[in-house]
Design a protein around this ligand. Structure first.
Ligand SMILES: Cc1cc2nc3c(=O)[nH]c(=O)nc-3n(C[C@H](O)[C@H](O)[C@H](O)COP(=O)(O)OP(=O)(O)OC[C@H]3O[C@@H](n4cnc5c(N)ncnc54)[C@H](O)[C@@H]3O)c2cc1C
Length: 813
């Protein structure tokens, strides 16, 4: 290693010899790419990897990331066997301890989610937890979840096991060689300038860990990652540990104490205990020094004293012994704590695998997904939760700093489904933001943008009580829904992504990119976008405004993700695409009085014959130039209105002025969600994701199989013929005080057969509704279904026709 002369070209250069880079390297070789080279500036593990506590687990808020964590843990046997290098695996199992009923609810939900992921967790009592983990004082806990797939390993051994396995497969590794510059060539390959010379590489992978930002800057990007200081301590040998080892015949299992905000496990004859302290401290906020060696940071016990105090109560023996060592080291996080993986928009053949905060739970999955992506053009899994494209330009260093601190300090805290996190907000706002606040808006944030969730009536504080169950907003969301269903409501829609596609080649290109037919001028269609495997990677409203002039409306948080795909498929000439961002903003009006309202704003004829469902056209509304499309996600009569930002305030004023005698009022995203569930309308990132095909998702009618070839057509045709494996169906749930939120298991005749993608309360139809996927063969069954809501199985009745306006007469009439 490092002795031979370095090669001067390689198909892939991986920058960084931490656990992540070594995993990527190994997985590339497993896929048969052996002309691959890893370059490490110091020694393998010299970044954050060497001083890790080595703990691993499968639990993750995103089930798709959890699946990849499960894969990682199961991989260790394979690399040990292949390399002959021991990973030092201690698969002890572990308990996650709940100190409050809410936390136990949360664990029950995690346990339920684990069922459809094939995990074998158990919910146990505090007494049972004490039997399995004798060092706790059970009086502080109300229950626990046991997970057999937890434990710890040797970070050094594991990284070397990946590295040696890769080398045995033909990869090269060069250490003590820093990458200094990355220069693109005209053919989209790279010159990798290193201390030991230049390598010409087809692909470059940034697995730079603590230096991922600096490697990103070499190609002109600012990655949203930040390192945080993190401390764990090792106790002296404990008699209680020796006793527990003797009575159980096993090592003490790992434990995670949410209320104490600590994790702990056995380390030799003593215990290791770490915390994610509230007084979180970033490290090297602007730039990581290149001369940072294998150094530890100065421990600061005061900073973690509040957490330790609780820890010593909950694990009493820890307080009676000495602290042998305190480790303080930095490691990196993305704003939401999940990895940043994938290609970068606009940079060909440049890939990232960084921000991996749990390298020993996630490194294998990251390596697998990224190498699939590089070699086969697709990650092979649903990696949205860790796709680098889930962030846009708004994720600057300062934004990242605020969010990472927040995420770190809340790592062991519950995030309720109706809880919006405050750090770094408000940030992106639209021109009517202050107006909405003044009208009682309770704001949420998505893609950095503030948007109204619901409106508190005058005299009521616009505040949310966080809960897994129905909460303070319930009644008010109900009023908003009633307003739309009986008169007319207005909602901010600027958070959607909006794209303009122009040029003489635009129509042909869009026809290849999107599955549905191209609409006539002045018309819109709904259209899925498929990848080469025929899976859903987008669902859009496509509008033709004129010859070679198109407007596309899609999911807001997927803007970067979709632009990456669009731009990667753009021909050299003839087509231009632009994401409007907030250069085009919107309001939607919906409800039976929406047409009367629109007619008051414009002299144009907007009767049903003149301006039918799915029509779109330019209109002046009062003095305001706008584009108006007759479409709404509420399932009612409605319109989406698009204007330049400078007109949005005037438009809102006009709508309220002219709508006052028609019953106008605001509605927010919660009401919209309720109404779209009443119509069985799916939505991006919930019902529509790259693990489902269009026929499985019920979008088959929007794929025009008769038109020219389009991306994913062959695979879609196969799915159509075979029927696919799954079916999206909607259910009416016999819920009591809590509705589905997504990721609940769906049972059929006492077996878990599927999962919920989204749920909520249909306020107008007065029913708790869930949507989810089940095996195709079960989709027609009328009964036998149950959905597990906070640990309780509730009867679920398939809804074959939307509960609201099943024939679409209101929408079209
Ligand atoms: C105190 C502590 C406890 C932890 N405990 C756990 C735990 O229990 N479980 C867990 O899963 N994780 C734990 N972690 C986190 C874990 O260490 C990280 O998830 C993991 O190390 C990330 O690995 P990486 O390969 O992405 O980054 P790194 O280990 O930082 O590797 C990046 C590598 O890239 C090299 N490099 C960077 N730039 C260049 C360049 N220009 N040229 C050449 N080489 C370059 C660096 O030298 C470095 O070796 C802990 C971390 C700390 C600090």
């Amino acid at each position: 290693m490092g002795d031979e002369r370095m090669k001067t070209s390689a198909k892939v250069v991986v920058i960084g010899g931490g656990v992540v880079g070594c995993s990527v390297l190994y997985h590339l070789t497993k896929l048969g790419w052996t002309d691959v080279l890893l370059i490490e500036r110091a020694e393998l593990t010299a970044g954050s990897t060497w001083h890790a506590a080595g703990g691993f687990h499968t639990l993750n808020g995103d089930p798709n990331v959890a699946k990849l964590q499960q894969y990682t843990v199961e991989l260790y046997k394979e690399i040990e066997q292949k390399s002959g290098v021991a990973c030092g695996l201690h698969l002890t199992g572990g308990v996650m301890l709940a100190g409050t009923p809410e936390r136990l609810d949360w664990l029950k939900m995690a346990h339920a989610k684990g069922r459809y992921l094939g995990m074998h967790t158990e919910i146990i009592s505090a007494e049972e937890a004490k039997k399995r983990m004798p060092l706790i004082d059970e009086k502080y806990f109300v229950g626990a979840m046991y997970d057999p797939l937890e434990g710890h390993l040797d970070p050094y051994g594991t990284t070397h096991a990946y590295a040696k396995s890769a080398r045995l497969n033909g990869a090269d590794i060069v250490v003590r060689n820093r990458v200094l510059e990355l220069n693109p060539r005209a053919d989209s390959t790279w010159d990798v300038i290193t201390e030991q010379g230049t390598i010409h590489a087809e692909h470059v992978v940034n697995a730079g860990g603590l230096w991922a930002r600096e490697v990103g800057r070499m190609v002109g990007i600012e990655l949203p990652v930040l390192a945080m200081e993190h401390m764990y301590l090792l106790t002296d040998d404990l008699q209680e540990v020796a006793e527990a080892n003797k009575t159980t015949g096993k090592e003490v299992i790992t434990a995670l104490d949410f209320e104490g905000e600590i994790y702990t496990r056995q380390e030799r004859g003593g215990m290791l205990m770490g915390t994610y302290e509230k007084a979180a401290k970033p490290w090297s906020e602007q730039e990581t020094p290149w001369d940072f060696g294998q150094n530890l940071l100065e421990p600061d016990l005061d900073r973690i004293a509040p957490e330790l105090e609780v820890g010593f109560e909950h694990f009493p023996s820890y307080g009676n012994t000495g602290i042998k060592k305190i480790i303080n080291g930095p490691f990196t996080f993305a704003p939401d704590g999940n990895p940043l993986v994938g290609p970068i928009r606009g940079l060909k053949n440049f890939w990232v695998a960084c921000g991996v905060m749990a390298g020993f739970s996630q490194g294998g999955g990251v390596g697998l997904a990224l190498s699939n992506w590089i070699v086969k053009g697709d990650p092979g899994f649903d990696v949205w939760g860790m796709d680098v494209a889930r962030y846009g330009d708004y994720a600057t260093l300062a934004y990242t700093n605020a969010k990472v601190r927040e995420n770190y300090s809340r790592r062991f805290r519950i995030r309720f489904p109706n809880e919006e996190l405050p750090a770094g907000r408000p940030f992106r706002t639209t021109p009517i933001y202050d107006r909405l606040l003044a009208d009682g808006a309770v704001m949420g944030e998505s893609y950095g943008l503030e948007y109204p969730l619901w409106f508190a009536p005058k005299g009521m504080e616009a505040r949310e009580v966080f809960s897994f169950r129905r909460s303070t907003d319930f009644e008010h969301v109900g009023h908003e829904v009633a307003r739309v269903r009986t008169s007319v409501g207005v909602m901010e829609t600027s958070g959607y992504a909006k794209y303009r596609v122009t040029g003489e080649g635009a129509e042909n290109w869009l026809s290849q990119m999107l599955a549905n037919k191209i609409p006539a001028t002045g018309r819109m269609v709904l259209t899925p976008m498929l990848n080469d495997n025929g899976k859903l990677i987008g669902d859009f409203t496509l509008a033709k405004l004129g010859a070679g002039d198109f407007l596309i409306i899609g999911s807001g948080p997927a803007e970067q993700y979709h632009m990456r795909w669009f731009e990667a498929h753009l021909p050299a000439t003839g087509v231009r695409i632009e994401a409007y961002g907030l250069n085009l903003v919107g309001l939607s009006i919906a409800g039976p009085n929406a047409r009367a309202l629109l007619q008051k704003l414009t002299p144009q004829d907007v009767t049903n014959t003149a301006f039918p469902f799915m029509a779109i056209r330019k209109m002046d509304l009062g003095p305001i130039p706008a584009i108006v499309g007759r479409v709404t996600f509420t399932g009612d009569l409605g319109y989406e209105i698009w204007v330049k930002p400078e007109y949005q305030r005037a438009l809102l004023d006009l709508i309220f002025k002219e709508g006052s005698d028609l019953g106008i009022g605001h509605f927010g995203l919660r009401a919209l969600n309720s109404m779209r569930l009443e119509k069985n309308f799916g939505t991006w990132a919930r019902e529509y994701r790259p693990i489902y095909g269009p026929y499985e998702a019920g979008l088959g009618r929007f794929a025009d199989m008769k038109k020219n070839d389009f991306i994913g057509r062959t695979a879609a045709a196969e799915e159509k013929a075979s029927g696919g494996a799954l079916r999206l169906i909607a259910f009416k749930v016999d819920a009591i005080d809590a509705d589905c939120i997504g990721d609940e298991p769906i049972w059929h005749n006492d077996k878990v057969v599927g999962w919920v993608t989204s749920g909520g309360y249909g306020h107008w139809v007065k029913a708790s509704i869930a949507m989810g996927y089940v095996p195709k063969d079960l989709a027609d069954k009328a009964d036998g279904f149950e959905i597990e809501v906070i640990g309780e199985r509730r009867k679920a009745h398939p809804i074959r026709e939307a509960l609201f306006d099943p024939k679409g007469e209101k929408m079209r009439g």
